[in-house]
Structure formats: structure tokens, C-alpha cells
Design a protein around this ligand. Sequence first.
Ligand code: 3H9
Length: 708
Amino acid sequence: MNELVQTSKNGEIGILTVNNPPVNALSPGVPDGIVAGLAQFENDPTVKAIILIGGGRTFIAGADIKEFGKITSGENRRGPGFLSVLDRMESYPKPIVAAIHGTALGGGLETAMACHYRVAVASAQVGQPEVKLGIIPGAAGTQRLPRLAGVAKAVEMCAAGDPIGAAEAFKVGIVDQIIEGDLLQGAIAFATSKIGTPPRRTRDLSNKLGNEQSNTPIFAAARDAARKKARNLMAPLAAIDAVEAATKLPYDEGVKREQELFLECLYSDQSKAMIHVFFGEREVAKIPGIGKDTQQIPVNKAAVVGAGTMGGGIAMVFANAGIPVLLKETDQAALDRGLATIKKNYANSVKKGRFTQESMDQRLGRITPTLTYDGFGEVDMVIEAVFEGMALKKQIFGELDKVMRQGAILASNTSTLNIDEIASATKRPEWVIGTHFFSPANVMRLLEIVRGKASSKEVIATLMSLSKKLAKVGVLVGNCRGFVGNRMFGPYRREAQFLVEEGATVEAVDKALYDYGMAMGPLATGDLAGLDVGWRIRKEFKDAENTSVRQPKVEDRLCEMGRYGQKTGAGWYKYDENRRPMHDPEVDKLIDQIRKETGRTPREIGDQEIVDRIIYSLVNEGARILEEGFALRAVDIDIIYINGYGYPAYRGGPMWYADTVGLKKVYERIQEFEKAHGALWTPAPLLRQLAESGKKFADFDKQVAATA
Ligand code: 3H9
């Protein structure tokens, strides 16, 4: 044993307690500590059974994910270590009981399954979430889990990665007893009942492994589902292969097969990217200059102004998190419409089995509709979510300044407008902040938190931690036009249009980006969001347009034809009543016409050029945003794109992807584009500087962390 694993005794029971906060990961030292503790108890004749338990808030939450990067970079060698530790546990002569609270995930569940028995408190969760990191279980999880839970459950858990609760784990056979009351006391009673019985080894169980006839359809259905739901991802398919090996090979050979598949995944670009995303989602919460000791404002009651699509969605977000919320509109009809949409959305979730009718009623019960500001004086935070117009927003903030109590947060859901100007309508700009939710607000995980020049540290710190409570990933951004996400989305969609004007088909552009991994192609995305939104903004800002650079033409013309996208049944595509997109020769005609007007001879454009032009436009704008300080780190941009714009997590986000390609290569390609297409492609100075010094965006981030 060592300081990470402590031993103690309770009568005839030896207790091993893992103490590696915050989540008891299997960091170097923990496996050794377990082995040493087992050796001590093996030699102690007074100890007749063992309990393995986690100290603090959880059982073991898995391997130490930080170690994976060290292994693949060659900094650390991966020893055969952990598998043999688990074998040692399984072949141990005295019964070992895992006592689970919190989460037993990944290597944590694998450790528990190598014990002879498992007991858990009712709130515990168990799972094999490795696929979410682009890997598969690597310590025999794919071999032991089907022996305990059956093939179908094991495939589901290993290929999808979602944890299950203790009750279900008990039902399927992973857990042997649910402990009511104190876990350790319950585990001691359970372990005592096993004294003198021969240890039950998971590897020796075979009655749940099924046969070829019963298993074939399970694997076929799982592979189909993985190809659809986890498009282009290698880990879910590898996980299914590994579980299949458990059903076809003797245990030791199955473990070997799992190891091969595990290592293939671990060394892949996909897993490196997904591990970057795992840590990135936690890194974005860390704001230089705003420490953990910054005081926060408790948000126990909230209000939303505007019951349209965004306002209604935001009210649902608060209600879902258990926070009562007032929802204000100016007239009854609009309020009724907003509430009807909320009810419809909730009812759909109940129909899909996401939660019960009772839970729907509770959520609805937390939303109080209103036509006045009555009660606003008692809430801790308000979010304005009305139509995007500066005059209206300023009027509302002036009103809020009068009705809200001092010390309450005033937030705007603006997606484009200047938060400082909005704040200037109040006498308390330090309490004003932007909270840019993405549509549908109750579904999309991203929340851009827009820092105004006066926003206080307390307000920022509150929003960063509130976003987690609201089940969002909050990313702090600066106050520039479009903030981070939409500012980058401009060039992204502009290049998609340019490519069409130059000769690519609408379908080719969308397919290249879809195949790259985006949830949707950029032109289809425009149709979904509504082409008229950008059109109206462009008309409003016509005077500010830079006439010396090329402007895309097609979307404005589509809008002039009344083709706003899916909502009008036609945009880049035409749509049937089920909103299925179809090629439209009318659009071909329009594009031909525009090519003639602009004197462009269409040329063949390959998929690689399409992807490079569109993705590198994100990278170049992202680099500008970074050097201008509107995003704190490159990883913040990655997290924004993955959670708000359908960017594939397995590519790590646009900035990580550029690092993977190599910034020198990206920079040279952008220089080629500049030669061919002009000033819109001037490389961002930061990109040039990093590329010329052989550095990455990740190095930029390291420097930020070092100076924080
Ligand atoms: C695996 O096990 C492979 C195996 O098959 C074995 C192969 C040999 N490692 O999320 P939180 C950090 S793969 C290192 O904010 P929560 C996290 O970065 C692994 N660090 O807390 C954060 O640090 P910081 C399979 C980890 O309460 C801090 O802990 N397991 C790890 O909201 C708090 O984390 C998983 O995939 C780790 N394993 O949620 C589980 N886990 O404060 C991954 C966390 O510096 N973990 N950290 O930012 C989780 O899902 C959540 O962290 C958990 C707690 C649910 C446990």
C-alpha cells in the first residue's frame, strides 16, 4: 500500500481504500497500492475477506486519462501492468468485494468486475465510457462484462458508452446487492456472508455468453446503429468486435484481441482528438484572473423576457435544472404560443421516453408565464431573449434596470449585438453579460458567455459554474461582431458559396463537408437556419460592406426569389413535405446566371479543395480571434465548434485539426488561396508566426496556461 491506497481492518474484513482525489483515477501508484494491500492481507490469517472501496466522492472513475497522451507520445511506456493486477485480484484466494458509490467507470468498472462480488449504493453509476474518448475498454472490460451482464447489454454499454444506474446494474447482474444506508457497513455484512466460500471468478462464468445464433443479430444491429449514430468513428465498431471476441474465443485470447483493438484506437488521431475534447471541456471553465475563490451569486430563481423560440427554450433549460423561472411576453397570444411550444417539446420528450409525465409536469410547474414585470424584483438573474434589434434591447434593459433588485444578473441572449451598448442602457453595466444560447436552446450544449468591458468577475464566475448546472458547456468569449462562433461561421459559409459560384455543385460541397464529419453540409445548414436572416442583416449593413472584396451572390438572389430555405420549402434545395432535400434545376439556372454575370468559367473542384477552403477559413478567422483576444485559448474555439456547430469531436475542433495537419502546411495552403482569391485569404499574423516557428495552437494555449 501507499498514500493512494490505504489499508484498514474491521474484524475479519480487510479494507482497501483508494484515495486519489478528485475521482480516484488509476494514476501511477494506485495499481501498485492495490497489489501491496492485497499482499499484506494475504499474509494476514485474521483477514478472511476483502473490500475495495473509494475514498471521497466516488469509486474509481477509470484510468488516468492524462497518462494516455504520455503513452502515445512515447514519454511513458505502457507496461502490461494493469491487466495483471486485475488477474491477481481475480485469482486471489479470499473473496474480494467492490463497494461502489459515485461512478465506477472504465478501468473502475473493470477493476470492480475483477473482484468476486460487487455491491453498490442506489445512486451509484457504472459504465464503460471509453468510446467517448475514442478508445475501447483496455483492461478486459469487453471480456468480463458480457460474462456478467449478457452479450446485448455489454455491447450496448461498450459501444455507446453511456453509464447505467445501480438498479439496472443489479437487474442485469453486474451488481450483486444494492446497499441501503452506509455503504461500508453494508459491504462488510455482505463480505462476511462470503467468508469461507470459494471466490467466484468472472472469467469462469459462461452462461450469459449466448451462442452464434442468438448473438449474430445482436452484433449486426449494434454495428448498424454504430455506423448511423457514430458515423466515421472507429472505437464503437472496435468495441463491438472485442465483445464478439468474448463470445468466440477462450477468455485469455479474447483479452489479447481486446488489447490489439484497444491499442489501435489509442494510437489513432481520433482518440487523441477526443481526449483533447474531454480535457478541453473542463479547461474552458478556467478563466485566468478569476480563481475558485471568486464570490458567486446564487441563482435560485430566474426570469426570461421573450417567449419566442429562444426565450421558450431558455426557460426550459432553467426549468430542467430545477430553477423556477418567470417567462414574460408583451401580449397574451404570443405568451400562449410560447407555452404551447414548450408543452409540445416536453410531450415529445415524454413520448420518446426521455422522462416521465410526472417529470414533465414538474418542469412545466417551474415556468410561470406573465405579461408584467411583477416578481422580477425577487429573481437572481434575468435573460432577455427578444428580437435582435438594438433599440428594443436597450429599452428592455432600461426597464430591467428599474425592476431588478441590486445584485441580480442582467443577461442578454443577443447573438450579434454589442453587449456594451446594451449595458449602457443601465446604471449597472458590471452586472450585465451576454448569454448566447444556440437553437434549440434546450438541446444544444453550447453557451457563449459574452464578457462586456464592465462585466464583473463575480458575474462571469457565476455564469461559468451556472452553465454546468444548466447542462451546458459555457465558453467565455469577447464582445466582437458575431462573438466567436458566428464570426467564424461567416467565412465558413462564404467559402461554401464561392465554391459553388466557381464550379462545384451544391450537393458536392455539402457532401464533402458531411463526409469530413460535419453534422450537415454548410449549404443545407443555411437552408435549415433560414437564408433570410443573413440577407436581412446584409441589407441593413449594406453601407458598411467592403466593396473592394468579393461578396457571395447566390443566397441574396435565392432570398429575392422567396427561397428562404426549409421554412419556405425551397432554398439551396427544394424540400418535400417531410423536409427531405432534393436537387433543384432552378438553382442550377440561377448559379449559371450568376457565373455569367461575374464572368466566371466553372471549373472542376475536388473534395479536398472544398474541405480545405471551408475548414481553413475557420482556422484563419479563429487565429485572428485568438490574437485579438476574443477567445482565451484555441481549445475554447474547438469546444465552441463541436458543441454549437456540429463539428466532429473526433477531429478535435478546427484549431486542433489544423495542428494535426501541421500549421506550416495549413499556412502554405492559405497562402495559395490568397494568391488565387485575394485579400479575404490574407493569413492571420498569429498563424504565420506559429507556422514559421514550427509551433502549434496547442503551444499558444500552453503559454496562456503558464501566464494565467
Ligand atoms: C479507461 O478507464 C480505460 C480503461 O479501459 C483502462 C485501460 C488500461 N483521468 O468531470 P469533472 C479530472 S478510460 C484523469 O469536472 P464531475 C477532470 O479533468 C477512462 N482526470 O467532475 C477534472 O480535472 P480539473 C474512463 C480525470 O464530478 C476533475 O477530474 N473513465 C478523470 O463533473 C473533475 O472532473 C472516464 O471516461 C480521469 N479518468 O464528473 C470517466 N476523470 O478539475 C471520465 C476526471 O483539473 N470522467 N478527471 O478540470 C468523468 O466522466 C467525470 O469526470 C466524472 C466526474 C463523472 C467521473
